[in-house]
Design a binder for this molecule. Structure first.
Ligand code: ADP
Ligand code: MG
Ligand code: MG
Length: 199
């Protein structure tokens, strides 16, 4: 079973990973965006970590919803509302259980990923975070490590894609040949999840 502390540890691991990889994420965003993805997420996840040190949400659902609200209020870029929606919607789908099964979490995460698609209007193949999140959500029902692998492969698969959503889409064909920053950070978040599950 996955308890509230599991999700707290996931958010802490995600914050550490985003911190480590911030320069890389910003470099990717400088090629096809506005060079702020690393600093956007660094600011957002630092705020998530800070609020979780202060508040003690009683359930996994409440914890993820709080983290999502924090991302929405602290990240100015497109990724803030999108990741915020992912976590809020996932949290909402978990209801007020104090512990959830991996299968319940996988279903909730899939609902969160679907909400990202609804909010941003992107689909698989549009060269966005969804290209990592969708395969991860599918694999998550089976294993955390499988989800991390699927997200990483999904992020790498964005290199030859032409962006159809977000700032990178303004570049048209010139977006081809670069890995999408949001798909890359999505893979980091799922990797932090697998790390947390592995203990
Ligand atoms: P901004 O583009 O506002 O500077 P960020 O640099 O933080 O925001 O995030 C950019 C990332 O957000 C992109 O690499 C992409 O993965 C993701 N993104 C942008 N627009 C969308 C969208 N409509 N749907 C899904 N993901 C998107
Ligand atoms: Mg940007
Ligand atoms: Mg920006």
């Amino acid at each position: 079973m996955l308890d509230t502390d599991f999700f707290r540890r996931w958010m802490t691991a995600a914050a550490a990973s985003v911190d480590r990889e911030a320069d890389h994420l910003t470099d990717l965003d400088s090629a096809i965006g506005d060079a702020d993805h690393g600093s956007n997420l660094q600011r957002g996840f630092a705020a998530v970590k800070a609020v979780l040190e202060k508040d003690a949400p009683a359930t996994p659902g409440a914890l993820l919803a709080l983290a999502g609200r924090q991302l929405i209020s602290t990240v100015g870029g497109a990724s803030g509302p999108l990741y915020g929606t992912l976590l809020r919607r996932t949290g909402k789908a978990l209801g007020d259980e104090t512990e959830v099964t991996q299968e319940q979490f996988a279903q909730a995460f899939a609902a969160g990923v679907a909400a990202v698609g609804q909010l941003g209007g992107a689909q698989a193949g549009d060269k966005t975070m969804l290209d990592a999140l969708l395969p991860a959500a599918e694999a998550l029902a089976l294993s955390f490590d499988g989800a991390a692998d699927a997200a990483r492969a999904g992020a790498e698969a964005t290199v030859p894609m032409r962006a159809r959503k977000g700032r990178a889409s303004y570049l048209g064909e010139r977006s081809i040949g670069h890995q999408d920053p949001g798909a890359t950070s999505a893979a980091l978040l799922v990797d932090a999840l697998a790390e947390t599950a592995d203990g």
